[in-house]
Design a binder for this molecule. Structure first.
Ligand code: DQA
Length: 153
């Protein structure tokens, strides 16, 4: 039997408040509810999924470091660290694990400072503005890519 793929879902600061935080922008689903739905999806895709949320930059960096040799792919909503963290960028460059950057809101349709991402150019791609759907699309795409790295569609 083939080894199961290991995918890590990382959520950055304030995403623990999903469901109560700025509902017009981020919706009413909680992080706990989102994780249950993603776990179901992972089950149907026959992969292992791991979840981690932190409000602390160093904890996210440590999680990325720990992922080396254990995790095949990372899906990250870096939240506000997207726009500030060269340290998270350097962590990804250090471990060389492929990743997708996702945002619930459309970061290009908001304040100007949200249009800058320190991660986009080193990610495999960015999904922004499609609400929680982005998490599920990213998961499907990650699996597709891992199973067939030449499949870039
Ligand atoms: C976010 C967008 C960021 O600009 C913001 O700081 C967040 C969430 C999103 O999912 O839309 O916290 O990453």
């Amino acid at each position: 039997m083939n080894k199961k793929l290991n995918i890590l879902m990382l959520n950055g600061p304030n995403l623990n408040l999903l469901g109560t935080r700025e509902k017009n922008t981020y919706g009413t689903t909680t992080l706990k509810e989102l994780i249950i739905l993603l776990n179901k999806k992972a089950l149907s895709l026959k992969i292992n999924i791991y979840h981690y949320q932190s409000n602390a930059e160093h904890e996210i960096i440590e999680k990325i470091h720990e992922s080396k040799k254990k995790i095949d792919y990372i899906i990250i909503n870096p939240a506000a660290f997207t726009h500030t963290s060269i340290a998270i960028r350097d962590a990804f460059l250090a471990v060389n694990i492929p990743f997708i950057e996702i945002h619930i809101s459309n970061i290009y349709a908001r304040e100007n400072f949200r249009s800058n991402s320190w991660l986009s150019d080193i990610s495999q791609g960015v999904i922004t503005g499609f609400g929680l759907d982005g998490y599920f699309w990213a998961l499907e795409t990650a699996v597709k890519r891992l199973l067939n790295p030449l499949n870039k569609n």
